[in-house]
Each structure stands twice: as structure tokens, then as C-alpha cells.
Ligand binder design. Sequence first.
Ligand code: KG4
Ligand code: ZN
Length: 351
Amino acid sequence: MKILAIETSCDETSAAVVKDGRKILSNIVSSQRDIHSLYGGVVPEIASREHLKLLDPVVKKALKESETTMEDIDALAVTQGPGLVGPLLVGLSYAKGLSYSKDLPLTPEHHIKSHIYANFLEEDKDEKKPEFPLLALVVSGGHSDIIYMKDHGNFEFLGRTIDDAAGEAFDKVSRALGLGYPGGPEIDKLARQGEDGAVEFPRAKLKDKDNGAFDFSFSGLKSAVLNYLNRCRMKNEPVSKEDVCLGFQKAVIDMLVTNTLNAAREKNVREILLAGGVSANSALRDEFKERASNMGIKVRYPSPALCTDNAAMVAAAAYQTYQQYQQDQQGEEFEKNFKKLDLNAVPNLSL
Ligand code: KG4
Ligand code: ZN
């Protein structure tokens, strides 16, 4: 089954062709990073206009690179939410147009589910697919969620952030340090040159009647970094950006790894899937592997390009949706569910 998928939830315009939910035939990502970096973050209206301009050529390139024509495509998929409403609508409208004109089924997919399913894409032929039950840690610009999955399509939230998302904290600290946007890759790079222990920041530990044991908080850490920078400025003391990056990054990673491994212990899972832009972080991957292997837990993560927003992961999620519905529904019912022209963008879509 060949799926053509479209992703436009934020500031990457992407289209991909994926075979059987596993084999990537093409995955084109056109980033608007340079435009938004002028403003220090994503400007939704500009993002919508860029998607309008870029999506059609990106889809055509995805078809060409996969050596596929629309006639070879069996089904379509598009991100429905969560995300920015304007950008989502551009992708959704385009996908509905294709579905109608080519008479192809279209499934709306959830962005977080897609990030998790990036781990099901084949990167190494000998690697087996992830096995349930498992935990997924989704860490992106908008999410920091620990999710328990008993099976395909079954999501139980065990922990989430009560304030900033992990990626958001990276982006805000990066801005305070005068580094670029997005902040994660810059901090990741500079932290490698930092001196261990030179600058330390506190970790938030939450466990009270309002917050679950596996919830996160990153805004206190962000404030601690801003206060440190202000203090240095007032005392005219020099700031080592490398040391600040390392101290900040270590605190984020410690919180993410500790809560996820505690949740893994409680649920007795043997696999953890990392997902979302922050899971591209090299130190996060290393620390997870090391601490999880002591507990006999396998940690997986997609290659860095598949951690950040891309359409191949949407196709991977959609394959599972089609598999499930093809088993449960036949003929007219399947047609009714997958040829809906009244699909709308849902900026706060829940899983
Ligand atoms: O998943 P994603 O591409 O978009 C959202 O759905 O939000 O994630 C983007 C986030 C940004 O906050 C970015 O700073 C962060 O992922 N990020 C990283 C790294 N690469 C991207 N954070 C830490 N280390 C990285 N190497
Ligand atoms: Zn994302």
C-alpha cells in the first residue's frame, strides 16, 4: 500500500510517499526556518502563506523522487491537528482536493501520534518493529508527554508538562542567549563544548495533589537561566554560553529521563520510543540509552531528520489507521469514513 502524506502543522511544508507504513520512497521537507528566525519564533500568518506557496511543488517533488505518479497512490493522509490553524488548513484543503479529484481515501492524522509512529519507519532492515506494551516520550516545541501504549492506536497519558514544553524551553533559553531559532540544535551543539559542573540549574520535582508523579515543569528552569544571565550582567561578569547551555540541557535531560524511567518501571514496559524534535538531541539519546540499559529496557529513536516535523511519519501513522479500519469496515462504510469533504483543522485536537 502506497500512501501519500502531507504535513503542514507548523513551519515545515512536507510531503512523503511511504510503502506499507515502513519504507520511505520519498520524504521532502521544506523548512521556513530562515524566514521565522527573523522574528525569533513562528509567525502563523506568514507560515500559512509560505505553505500555500510551497505545498504544491513539495508534493510534486515527493512524487517525482519516489518515482510514483498519482495513479500508483492507494491512499492519502494529512495532519489534522494539533497545530496552527492556518497552516493546518492549507494542508487539509489541499489533501481534500486531491482525495476528491483522484477518488482516493484520506485519513486525518494526529500530529503526536505521527511523531510516535516515526519509530515504525524502517531505517535498518534487520531492526524489528517496536513491540507493545511500550512507553512513548513525545518532546517537541508544543508537547512533553509520557504516553503508555498497550497496543496500536491506544494512548494513555501518564505525564505532561504543566507549563512550558521542553522544546519551548530550549527555544526561550536560546533566545535569551542570543542564539538562533529553533534553539534546540544550537544549544545541543554549544553544550558539547561546555565544562561539566561549571554552571548548574535546579530540577523541578512535582508530586502533589494537582500534579501527577510523571508530570514535568520547565518554566522554573527557564527563569533560573534568565536570572543567572541577569545576575552576570549586573555584576559585569562574563557569561560562558557553552557552560550555560550544558547546565540547562543537563537539567532538562535529567527531568525527562528520570520521569520516563520511573513511569516505565511502574508500567513494567520493556521498550521506550522517543519522539518529537527534542528527541533529536544527542545528549538526551545517550543518557536515555545508558540509564535504560541498566534496567534492561530498549530505547528507540528515529534518525534526527525523522524526529522533527515531516510527512513520512504521518504516512506511518496513517498506515496503521487504514489497517485497522480495513479489518473493521468494508465497502460503503469505509468509503463514507475516508472520503469526507467536511474534514476541518482542529488546532487543539486531543489524542
Ligand atoms: O517536533 P518539532 O519539529 O515541531 C513541533 O511539533 O513542535 O519540534 C521542534 C522543537 C523545537 O522547539 C526545537 O528547538 C526542538 O524541537 N529541537 C531540539 C533539537 N532539534 C530540534 N531540541 C533539543 N535538541 C535538538 N537537537
Ligand atoms: Zn512536531
